[in-house]
Design a protein around this ligand. Structure first.
Ligand code: KIV
Ligand code: ZN
Length: 509
């Protein structure tokens, strides 16, 4: 089986995504996670672009020992010097240099000729090679270039010592069969190509970055440039997880595989999304929230009999825990499984009642939360779950306005005892949070608060997710949905605090 190298450019092309910015510490942590994931190459940044980029590439080079660390450079001396300065201390350094080969770029952007572009490419590789043995060259916009000119440039840079030739579909223009054909023709027409690695770098403007990369593998590419969650310039780059899982799931079709540690795929995706602030589309293949969520009753029933009925790969493989989504299409089998996991034991009649009530609720509201299921099951079975509810909200009142300090008044039951709480804040939600904090142990702290509207309009459902830490620093996540933002916030906070308190001592008033 052929080994396909994974060249991760999340920290370079991924960071170029509109709206993505990572702090220095986050880049370091992500680089460590990419090493754990088992990528072969980390393109750590574009050192000439800024001092921050330079510092990140330098520190990653000095810290990460497993993968090759690449620094990007235009075909300009000062870029190459700076890239080398940044990667020279890496255990396995690489300089990645590029020059456009399409006429539109050469003439319109650079105001140069093909001859100039050829000379710049050769000079750049020669200089890079004088520093570093591992040199990658990319003919930018290759898919809109005259193939004969691309062959000519590639042949020339091989003679100067380039060790990897990367064919970029810079503007995401190519179609899969056409791109595969281009890779095959590079192999046929470029002298010396058999001594270097062939890489591809596909953008997703037409949603074809992964398809094009896979087609390139079929036609002899041995390195794929990609990013976690497919982030990158404009519509993004080829998605690392989709390529890796295609190769994994269809091993015999491709007769090729990677060294990626599959269990780290989901944690890496979550980390990249948290650090860049770019959330993963819900139905995104492999790492989206819905990627393994089965709602149709017939599917859930099939899965319980044999997971392969509706799953071509299992979520545990990528480090994700499976969750059934109970909704109006769910049947008794799935409901039973979910409830058993929650600690309920139901007889057949109770199970039917709970299933019917869940469907009834799902008709009214799109999302049925765990807490709704618990409430229904408790109601039907008269059982109380073991999970403690030490704080219960009886009443919430808010005073707010443009001339009033936002104040929250809470009437609670804490360990069965009535407690009144009052708090002020910069807004009503902050006031609720300080009222709650005033009556729970000081060791409980709010780490994160996220609000999103589920539907549009001013009557949108508010979905609040909070992270609450207990004294030992363990973080508990809780979610609540309500038509009222403040109620959703209060419920999520109370739920999070209850979880955090579950293993703490008694509530101090
Ligand atoms: O998209 C592109 O062409 C690039 C090159 C620098 C490889 O990112
Ligand atoms: Zn790119």
């Amino acid at each position: 089986m052929r080994k396909i190298k994974i060249f991760d450019t999340t920290l370079r092309d991924g960071e170029q995504s509109p709206g993505a910015t990572m702090r220095h510490r986050e880049k370091m942590l992500l680089a460590k996670q990419l090493e754990k994931l088992g990528v072969d190459v980390i393109e750590a940044g574009f050192p000439i672009a800024s001092d921050d980029d330079f510092r990140a590439v330098k520190e990653i080079s000095e810290t990460i020992k497993g993968p090759v660390i690449a620094g990007l450079a235009r075909a300009i001396d000062k870029d190459i010097d700076r890239a080398w300065e940044a990667v020279q201390n890496a255990k396995k350094p690489r300089i990645h240099t590029f020059m456009s080969t399409s006429d539109i770029h050469i003439k319109e952007q650079f105001k140069k000729t093909r001859k100039d572009a050829l000379e710049m490419s050769v000079t750049a590789v020669k200089l890079a090679k004088s520093y570093c043995n591992d040199v990658e060259f990319s003919p930018m916009d290759a898919t809109r270039s005259d193939p004969e000119f691309v062959f000519q440039v590639l042949e020339a840079v091989i003679k100067e010592g380039a060790t990897t030739l990367n064919i970029p579909d810079t503007v995401g223009y190519a179609q899969p069969s056409e791109f595969g054909q281009l890779i095959a023709s590079v192999r046929e027409n470029v002298q010396g190509i058999e001594n270097v690695a062939i890489s591809v770098h596909c953008h997703n403007d037409l949603g074809l970055a992964v398809a094009n990369s896979l087609e390139a593998i079929k036609n002899g590419a041995t390195q794929i440039e990609c990013t976690v969650n497919g982030i990158g310039e404009r519509a993004g780059n080829a998605s690392l997880e989709e390529i890796v899982m295609s190769l994994e799931t269809r091993k015999s079709f491709f007769d090729a595989g990677t060294d990626i540690n599959l269990k780290e795929i989901f944690p890496t995706s979550q980390m990249a999304s948290n650090f860049t602030g770019i959330s993963v589309q819900r139905n995104k293949a492999i790492v989206g929230e819905n990627a393994f969520a089965h709602e149709a009753g017939i599917h859930q029933h099939g899965l319980l009999a044999n997971r392969q009925t509706y799953e071509i790969m299992c979520p545990e493989l990528i480090g994700k825990k499976i969750a059934f989504v109970l909704g109006k299409h769910s049947g008794r089998h799935a409901t039973k499984q979910v409830l058993e996991e929650m600690g309920f034991e139901l007889d057949e009649k109770q199970l039917q009642q709970v299933t019917a009530k869940i469907k009834e609720l799902a008709d009214k509201q799109k999302t049925v939360l765990d807490e709704d299921i618990v409430a229904i099951a408790e109601d039907v079975t008269n059982q109380l779950r073991k999970e403690e509810k030490r704080i219960v909200l009886n009443e919430l009142r808010i005073e707010a306005g443009n001339k009033t300090t936002p104040t929250a008044y809470l009437s609670l039951l804490i360990d069965g005892k009535p407690v009144e709480a009052e708090g002020t804040g910069v807004g009503p939600v902050d006031a609720v949070s300080s009222a709650l904090q005033s009556v729970v142990p000081t060791k409980v702290s709010l780490k994160e608060y996220n609000l999103k509207a589920i539907t549009g309009g001013t009557d949108a459902l508010a979905d609040v997710v909070v992270k609450v830490a207990n004294g030992s620093g363990k973080v508990h996540t809780a979610e609540a949905i309500n038509e009222d933002v403040i109620m959703a916030s209060a419920n999520a906070l109370i739920k999070g605090i209850n979880k955090a308190l579950a293993k703490e001592g008694a509530v101090e008033k």
